[in-house]
Ligand binder design. Sequence first.
Ligand SMILES: [Zn+2]
Length: 217
Amino acid sequence: MTVLRSVHLEPQTGTGFIVRAGELLTITDPLGEQVSDLTSFAHDDPREWLSSGRTIDYANTIYVTTGHTLYSNRSRPMWTIVEDTVGRHDFLLTPCSPETFSIIYKTTTHHQSCFANLVQGLAPFGIAPDAIPTTLNLFMNVEIAPSGELSILPPRSRAGDHIVLRAEMDMIVGVTACSAELSNNGSFKPIDVEVRAPVSMRDDQPTRSAHAAPTSA
Ligand SMILES: [Zn+2]
């Protein structure tokens, strides 16, 4: 299968790129226990974006995994999760931002953040900071108590764990290697990003011609 794009995100960095409908996006946690924030916008009209609220509503769960469709704010399918070796991701919390660190962590100095990395990665595509929505926080492990209280636990991902999403439309995509201590069990690690071409009919049916009976006139 043809690899169209392969990016190794160093710890606490991010990137932006285009995917076309049918392409497969694989996000891999190469070392384990590392969160990666994902967001996307319709290529033809970036006022359409990946919606946590729509997706949770239609999936009827806060924990999306293999088989789930991820919807836009206009209720159109943006992604389908076709493979997921972890099965625990967060779609409730916003990308970590400078304010996350000042409000929650009481940090007074500069702290790198997913939000800043998404702003930088998406700027070349005309995406303004205020347009960045709640991200799908891949491998982030958030538990909810019956009272509603949240607990951010170490990711369940181990070295090499990954998720594969099929693009259902042409999109502008942002991906990070998360910068929040609490979300990543206290250390910052890389994330691998790969985009592969759609599976063609020929790839789908590699053995058909091999097994076909010879024809004669
Ligand atoms: Zn983050």
